[in-house]
Design a protein around this ligand. Structure first.
Ligand code: FES
Length: 75
């Protein structure tokens, strides 16, 4: 199994931890850390966390664009 790259070295958090935080509703760097039970320290990882957030939002947008249309009421 490939070791996970650490995204936040201050807390030893890998990228999948931030992806899970996004899935759980985090919408910015601060709320990502809150979902992970900590607060950002040095902030060096913030650009990478924003990238994870942006990629998550893009995947959601693509999913919504490809979603089936809502059913219409029968007339
Ligand atoms: S590397 Fe994430 S807060 Fe320092």
């Amino acid at each position: 199994m490939k070791p996970q790259a650490i995204l936040c070295t201050c807390h030893g958090l890998p990228e999948p931890a931030f992806e899970r935080a996004c899935t759980a509703g985090a919408h910015n760097v601060k709320t990502c850390f809150q979902h992970l039970g900590c607060l950002p320290q040095c902030g060096d990882c913030a650009p990478k966390v924003r990238k994870v957030l942006g990629d998550h939002i893009a995947r959601q947008s693509n999913g919504a664009a490809g979603a089936a249309p809502l059913p219409t009421k029968p007339s």
